[in-house]
Ligand binder design. Structure first.
Ligand code: F3S
Length: 391
């Protein structure tokens, strides 16, 4: 891969170890994928933030970067952590909170902004056709498919290396020739809600391999539906770009999806009919509109005492949605910011059954949190949270 003289100096360690190791990560990646050079990026989004998913070993690496004077060169946002500010610290071991603070402190010293969200696109505006280096698969696919910004699906080390150098190797989705649809997906049914969009994503992600799907037949979708579709596709597979609609005369292999497939996917992902200990909304993190519609739904209602409701979002959005947050909390729900049910621990909280409108959470929770799941749309989740039921 071609390096400018400045990049060569960083590679040789003339600007210190933090930039040297970052350049080595990026050049190895670039060589592996046949990139000809590095290109400048406008932003990085860093995963590897939650202490639950990160563990102890990488903290030493982050500390070494800070000790070597590593500072990010571009706007760098952070994925959710394992704690919110108020609710979880009282319920989880103190040590988890201390480790989490240590990790956040290290990223902050590098100059990253503790946005603590998987939906950084609700905080900042991202221009079309600009280059970025994002980790967090649900954000990557949203950036490429809905925002029209360009990013590969980075891992934690490569996103951090790109943040420190301000560049990424030019390969994959940074090249227009690699962004064309390669398969047509005919959706033969009208999807009814965000959960059905997420289920479509989970079903397709398993079979698309590295194809870029172009959808035909999706009608009346919202960006929330597309967020769920993308999160599903990127969870069960490697898809990082899709086209909800696109004009092309090109002949493409076509697959069809019928209502029955969506229904079966939701049924198969629902592993329990037991009453949920937790109802979790906000995977990926909620937008202002989502928080508002939850608040409308819960106005003047009281939640059941035997079920918790978590609505997860970014600290920024929680602050912006104060009025709606109050309504949700008045009903007995918890608006947790900077975390989610997947990147924190549920068992120590006594949570064994979970209900969610997110196909991504339903996909991960049984393995990552050892919980049984019911997958259902938002309205049904909120109805369960407020209804009287036989237990
Ligand atoms: Fe975000 Fe947690 Fe879902 S990080 S995408 S809310 S699993």
């Amino acid at each position: 891969m071609y390096l400018t003289s400045e990049e060569e100096k960083m590679y040789r360690g003339e600007y210190g170890w933090a930039y040297e190791v970052s350049m080595k990560i990026l050049t190895q990646l670039g060589d592996l994928f046949g990139a000809s050079s590095l290109i400048s990026i406008n932003s990085a989004h860093l995963s590897g933030v939650s202490y639950k998913t990160l563990g102890d070993a990488p903290i030493e690496f982050l500390q070494a970067i800070v000790d070597a004077g590593g500072k990010v060169k571009v706007k760098s946002s952070l994925n959710p952590s394992c704690m919110d500010s108020f609710y979880l610290p009282e319920k989880l071991p103190k040590e988890y909170g201390e480790k989490q603070s240590q990790i956040l402190d290290l990223y902050t010293k590098m100059g990253a902004t503790p946005t603590l969200t998987c939906t950084p696109y609700y905080l900042y505006k991202f221009q079309k056709n600009t280059h970025h280096a994002w980790a967090e698969s649900s954000a990557v696919i949203y950036a490429n498919s809905v925002l029209g910004a360009w990013t590969n699906r980075e891992g934690s080390p490569s996103a951090l290396a790109s943040a420190l150098i301000g560049k990424t190797p030019e390969y994959g989705l940074h090249l227009s020739e690699n962004r064309k649809p390669t398969i047509r997906v005919k959706v033969e049914t009208k999807l009814q809600n965000e959960t059905e969009y997420g289920a479509l994503g989970i079903h397709l992600g398993k079979q698309l391999k590295d194809n870029i799907p172009l959808f035909e037949g999706l009608k009346g979708y919202t960006t929330i539906d597309l967020k769920q579709l993308g999160a599903g596709l990127a969870s069960s597979g490697m898809t990082s770009l899709f086209y909800p609609s696109y004009n092309t005369t090109e002949k493409l292999e076509t697959i069809s999806i019928e209502a029955k497939t969506i229904k079966e996917t939701i049924q198969n992902m629902s592993t329990t009919e037991k009453p949920p200990n937790l109802i979790f909304i906000g995977c990926p993190h909620c937008s202002l509109n989502e928080i508002r519609s939850i608040a409308y739904n819960l106005k003047n209602k009281k939640l059941r005492k035997d079920t918790e409701l978590w609505v997860c979002t970014s600290p920024y959005m929680k602050e912006k949605a104060k009025k709606w947050v109050n309504t949700i909390e008045k009903a007995g729900g918890h608006v947790l910011c900077g975390t989610c049910a997947i990147v924190t621990w549920l068992k120590p909280l006594g949570i064994e059954t979970l209900m969610t409108n997110s196909a991504k959470t339903a996909y991960y929770a049984p393995t990552l949190n050892n919980t049984q799941v019911t997958l259902a749309p938002l309205n049904q989740c909120l109805k369960t949270a407020t209804n009287n039921r036989k237990t």
